[in-house]
Design a protein around this ligand. Structure first.
Ligand SMILES: C[S@@+](CC[C@H](N)C(=O)[O-])C[C@H]1O[C@@H](n2cnc3c(N)ncnc32)[C@H](O)[C@@H]1O
Length: 239
């Protein structure tokens, strides 16, 4: 299979464990993924842009792209390009941030025109400097009484104060505040720093897939995510 944008290799690891043979591509150095996974025999790591892949088209059983498409200058063009690498009847899994009103009104998109102009090192220092205070402020809002007021204030803060505070998520209850502040620093920096952050709508994804795929698929728009994935083979295809 073709993995578009492998990063440090967390998905590659799972795909390999499931038995896949993977060509894992990333525009950044793939040395970290290679090292993290111990240079596995069934993976070929390739440094290239998924906008212009130096590979033969129509060759892959599966094209997989997770959390990458929105970081390309034109997700529509990138999607068109990567789908040409799936062989006839092959399968796809392509995930992206969704172009929905809920997504586009978030503080991230309001601040990006400014933060994109700041060097990553400086932006990281700014986020790190302000995070402890903003974290405590937003936690304080959530703890206001009565409970219903606290929840309303925290929801308001979530949409207006530019930090990612997961302190009250069930899955983070066992982590202490220092760890949550560290998490918030990295997730907030991740939200503000990418060169490109261009969500794609479910309708645009669907139109491109209809043009280029000859097997069954579905496009799911759910909250902040747009997902294109193959559905079950028809009995005639399976035969
Ligand atoms: C958010 S990370 C996701 C990595 C991995 N898929 C995951 O889910 O953990 C986005 C990755 O996309 C890569 N990327 C961005 N633009 C790319 C492009 N045009 N071609 C290939 N990789 C790209 C980045 O270098 C980064 O590793």
């Amino acid at each position: 299979m073709l993995e578009c944008g492998c990063g440090a290799g967390p998905d590659t690891e799972i795909l390999l464990a499931l038995g896949a043979k993977v060509v894992a591509v990333d525009i950044s150095s793939v040395a970290i993924a290679k090292r993290n996974l111990g240079n596995p025999a069934n993976a070929l790591f390739l440094r290239a842009s998924i906008d212009d892949l130096p590979l033969r088209q129509n060759q892959f059983d599966i094209v997989f792209c997770h959390r990458v498409l929105q970081h390309t200058p034109s997700p529509e063009n990138t999607l068109k390009h990567i789908l040409t690498f799936v062989k006839p009847g092959g399968r796809v899994f392509v995930h992206s941030y969704a172009r929905t009103l809920q997504q586009m009104i978030s503080w991230k998109y309001a601040l990006r025109p400014l933060t994109r102009r700041i060097s990553p090192e400086r932006l990281y220092r700014i986020v790190r400097y302000w995070m402890p205070a903003l974290f405590r402020l937003t936690c304080g809002m959530r703890r206001c009484r009565p409970e219903i007021l606290g929840r309303a204030l925290f929801r308001f803060a979530y949409h207006t104060i530019p930090i990612r505070n997961y302190r009250f998520g069930d899955q983070f209850m066992s982590m202490d505040d220092d760890a949550m502040i560290e998490y918030a620093i990295h997730d907030t920096f991740d939200a503000l720093s990418p060169m490109y952050d261009c969500p794609i709508s479910a309708s645009a994804m669907s139109a491109i897939a209809s043009d280029l795929l000859d097997s069954n698929f579905e496009v799911i728009g759910h909250g902040g995510v747009t997902l294109l994935r193959s559905t079950k083979l028809l009995a005639s295809e399976a035969a």
